[in-house]
Design a protein around this ligand. Structure first.
Ligand SMILES: C[S@@+](CC[C@H](N)C(=O)[O-])C[C@H]1O[C@@H](n2cnc3c(N)ncnc32)[C@H](O)[C@@H]1O
Length: 281
């Protein structure tokens, strides 16, 4: 079995095991994040005229659920049938699912207005074939939106810290989530660390995404108008969920901090956990 096939097999094993609990244990399903993604999508469909969406690595339907009332037709592609089995299919929005490797998906060329990949690209051994899929699937002028991929510069900093170091709880939490998540998955779901780390290849084997590397691949494939962004600064979740303050004040604190740190880019690059981008065909 070659390395690419091993990574796909690891993804199927991991996600088949996680599928029942996936929506309740993944933090991106929290309402504050759903609101953020929904507003991003709304801003994107303002400048795309029609309504056909392709969601790559769709899983249990996170993006499909956010978008089901916004599009006339939605296609979801995923290699794990047990994840696809969880997608809610209704008649109001036409949803078509494909159990396939996104690097090989080649249906409905030049027919989608928007292609998405949420918390997905870092599960691939090589992102290029899937970026090519997105390009082929889009209409000219259509947009590819990928998000919640690990920021190399954040992962790199956290990797250098000691598990038993005397840091603030915000930092200690990140060390556990970033460097020792494989142990957590082993304890909770019995999935071997090796399988988990292969399944999150771009994160746990390659160390995350660098803006300059991904931008170069997007340009080579033919995308232009590339807009890379950084989000979820260290401790943002802690601020938002800090019950010492009222809800409104917590969000205000978080948004002031976020604006401040975004203004300080590229100096603040390593403080943001995730990256995303939009790119136009
Ligand atoms: C972390 S989940 C993200 C699911 C969904 N996008 C979300 O945001 O909840 C990653 C998904 O990618 C799928 N996947 C991994 N490699 C794939 C590949 N080569 N082709 C298609 N799907 C793949 C997995 O089966 C899994 O459902």
């Amino acid at each position: 079995m070659n390395r690419e096939t091993q990574v796909i097999e690891a993804n199927i094993k991991l996600h088949s095991r996680l599928s029942d609990d996936y929506n309740s244990c993944e933090p991106h399903f929290r309402k504050e994040n759903i609101k953020k993604v929904r507003s991003k999508i709304e801003s994107l469909i303002n400048f795309t005229s029609e309504k056909k969406l392709l969601d790559l690595g769709c899983g249990t339907g996170f993006m499909i659920d956010i978008c089901r009332d916004l599009f006339d037709e939605i296609h979801g592609v995923d290699v794990t049938q047990k994840m696809l089995d969880k997608v809610k299919i209704d008649s109001a929005s036409k949803i078509i699912l494909h159990n396939q490797d996104t690097g090989k998906f080649d249906l409905h060329r030049s027919s989608f207005d928007l292609v998405t990949g949420y918390s997905f690209l870092h599960h691939l051994f090589d992102v290029k074939p899937t970026i090519e899929t997105a390009f082929k699937a889009l209409k000219t002028g259509g947009v590819f939106y990928a998000d919640l991929d690990p920021n190399f510069y954040f992962w790199d900093q956290i990797d250098q810290l000691q598990r038993d170091g005397s840091y603030h709880s915000i930092v200690k939490r990140e060390i556990e989530m970033v460097t020792y998540k494989d142990e957590d998955i082993l304890n909770k779901f019995g999935v071997p660390c090796e399988t988990f780390n292969d399944a999150e290849y771009g994160k746990n084997r390659l160390g995350g995404f660098k803006e300059e590397v991904i931008t170069e691949i997007l340009e080579k494939v033919g995308f232009s108008d590339i807009n890379f962004f950084y989000h979820w600064f260290v401790g943002q979740g802690h601020l938002i969920n800090n019950e010492d303050f009222d809800g409104d004040i917590r969000f205000k604190h978080a948004s002031v901090m976020e604006e401040y740190l975004l203004n300080a880019l590229p100096l603040s690059k390593s403080l943001f956990k995730y990256v995303g981008f939009t790119a136009r065909k």
